[in-house]
Write a protein that binds this ligand. Structure first.
Ligand SMILES: NC(=O)C1=CN([C@@H]2O[C@H](COP(=O)(O)OP(=O)(O)OC[C@H]3O[C@@H](n4cnc5c(N)ncnc54)[C@H](OP(=O)(O)O)[C@@H]3O)[C@@H](O)[C@H]2O)C=CC1
Ligand SMILES: Nc1nc2c(c(=O)[nH]1)N=C([C@H](O)[C@@H](O)CO)CN2
Length: 236
């Protein structure tokens, strides 16, 4: 891919899925911009590989708008925006409203404001995409993470609205994973219980999200669609 190609923005790419997708795009010669909140080893690695790295905290409107200004200063065009940044919060007793606000801000307000303010960066005459990384759990709800799940369901709805508004110049789609990669503190009992929730029963790793992203970027006839990436959880 030519080095003058417009960059792809991945939010929340300092670790795990976002970092993997950013590295795979760089492997393909695709320029990358990431947002990060914590200065992790992954940020240093991406910076060394030539990615543009921008600090951002999407916990409130001011932080989101500050990121948008830094993004506009960093590039005149974007090939795509991948909204990956996410906090997997439970609602601590007595802090439910704070948790809901934080989930709404990172999973809905940030994608909404970035999509609105960065529209012109995507309108450059070439292929352009927005991809929202959601969660398969939005399909049925989550008793343990009500606010998280509701905000991811709202993100799925943003996919439909922005796809209708931005067609035909910009495709807008989603990816809704179930378990892709555990967290280091997930114990054996939790891992066994979680793996049993899907028909395929595996922890696939971040590459399956990159494969879904690649499909959406490369296919000119898909918009307003959310790819289910759940190992067949809906079959159990
Ligand atoms: N892992 C899985 O099995 C599954 C993942 N998903 C979804 O896939 C995506 C990637 O998952 P995963 O890699 O596990 O995600 P992480 O939990 O690793 O979160 C990704 C990044 O989001 C950033 N982030 C969190 N809150 C904020 C905020 N308020 N402002 C800015 N950045 C923030 C963090 O940045 P930093 O570290 O720099 O602070 C973090 O590294 C997420 O959207 C997730 O909901 C869905 C289902 C299953
Ligand atoms: N931001 C995050 N969202 C989610 C995570 C995560 O680690 N960070 N993990 C999950 C689980 O894997 C779940 O799908 C299975 O227990 C969901 N969302």
């Amino acid at each position: 891919m030519s080095p003058s190609a417009a960059p792809i923005l991945i939010t929340g790419a300092s670790q795990r899925v976002g970092l993997h997708c950013a590295e795979r795009l760089l492997d393909d010669g695709q320029p990358v911009i990431i947002s990060y909140r914590t200065e992790r080893d992954g940020v240093h690695r991406l910076r060394e590989r030539g990615a543009c790295v921008i600090a951002a905290d999407f916990s409130d409107e001011a932080g989101i708008l500050a990121f948008i200004e830094r993004l506009k200063a960093a590039t005149p065009h974007l090939r795509a925006i991948v909204h990956n940044a996410s906090d997997w919060l439970t609602e601590a007793p007595g802090h439910e409203a704070e948790a809901f606000q934080r989930m709404f801000s990172v999973h809905m307000l940030a994608p909404y404001l970035i999509n609105l303010h960065a529209e012109a960066l995507l309108r450059h005459g070439g292929p352009a995409d927005i991809v929202h990384i959601s969660d398969d759990v939005a399909r049925k709800g989550s008793e343990k993470r009500i606010a998280y799940c509701a905000s991811k369901a709202g993100l799925d709805n943003l996919t439909l609205s922005f796809a209708a508004r931005y067609a035909p110049a910009i495709k807008v789609n989603g990816i809704a994973p179930a378990l892709v990669m555990f967290n280091d503190n997930d114990d054996a009992a939790y891992r066994e219980k979680t793996l049993a929730k899907s028909a395929l029963g595996i922890e696939p790793g971040a590459e399956v999200v990159y494969q879904g992203l690649r499909y959406l970027l490369d296919n000119p006839y898909v918009t307003g669609t959310t790819l289910t990436l759940n190992g067949g959880r809906h079959l159990k």
